[in-house]
Ligand binder design. Sequence first.
Ligand code: CUA
Length: 337
Amino acid sequence: MRRGSIASLLGIGIVSGGIAAAVALAIPWLPVSASKEAGRIDFVFWFVVTICIVIFAIVSAAILYSVVVFRAAPDDDSDGPPIHGHTGLEIAWTIVPTILVTAIGIVSAIVLSQDDAIAKNAMNVNVTAQQFEWTFSYPEAHNLTSATLMLPRGRETVLHMQSRDVIHAFFVPEFRENEDIVPGLTTTLNVTPTRDGTYPVICNELCGLGHSTMRSTVTVMEPAAFDKWLKGQSKAVTSPSAATAGAAVFKNNGCAACHTLTAAKATGKVGPDLDKLPAEAQQAKQPLASFVRTSITDPNAYIQPGFPKNVMPQTFGKAIPKQQLDALVTYLINSSK
Ligand code: CUA
C-alpha cells in the first residue's frame, strides 16, 4: 500500500471517529446517575461505546476510502479481479472481536457481581406490584407502607419485590437498574443511592391497559432526614390516636390522589367522595364500619354507582398491616361524620 493511501485511510478514520466521539460526548444521552450501581453500569456502557467508536472509525475509513479510490469508470462494465481471501485479515477479524467480546463479558460480570453483593448494614424494603400500583413497606419500621419509595443516601437498600397478579418490572432510570417482578417469586434488587432528589419509578413490563400509568417516585434524602421521616411515620401510624395514625396511613398510601376527604385536605375526583361515606354505606345497605373496611380490602365487592370497577387497587388489604388498617377505618368513619 502506498504511503498516501495509508495517510488518507488514517485521516478519514480520525475524522469519522472524532465525529462519533463528539456525538457520544456532547449530547447528554443518560439521565443523571444517582446510585453507586449506576456508576458501575455507566462504566460498562462507556467501555462498550468506546470500542464501538474505534470500530466505527476503522470501518467507515475503509468504506469511504474504497468508494472513492476503487470507483468504476462510467463506461467500465468489466468484472473485478477474482480474489481468494486474505488469511492474515481473516485471522485478525476473528481474533480481535473475540478479544473485545470476551473483555465486555468479563467487565460486565465483575460489575454485576459487585452490584449484587449485599452490604452488611443493608436496609430492606418490600415492594409490591399490582395492576397498576406500587406499594413500598419497611419491615424494620412496623411494616410502614408508603405509595412512594423513600431511601436514605449512601446506604445500600435491598428491594424484595413481589407481584400480586402479572409480570411487572421495577425500573428507575437514574439508578440504571431494572428487575422483573414475577408472580410466585421474590426477586431482589440492590440500590445504594448517592444523590439526593426525586426520581421516577417506572413499570417496565407491559402489564395491561394501565401499564403506562403504573408509576411512582423514589425520593433519596440525607440519612438524618430519612431517619426522621421513618421515625415520624412509624410513630404516626402506630399512634394510639386513630386520628393521627389514620391520617398518616391515608397520606402514605396515596389515597388523596383519587378521593376527596376534607379532613385530609384531599380533593381527588377519581373515586367516591369519602366525606359522604355514611350516605354511601346506606346506599349499599351495609353497616358503616364493615362497608368502609370491605371497600378498602375488597374494593370490587361493592361499586358506588357512577364509578368503574377495577380502578381502586386491590393491594391494600394485604399491604397495610392490620393495626394500621384499623386506624384508617376509624379515621375515615370519624372524618366523614
Ligand atoms: Cu406493571 Cu407495567
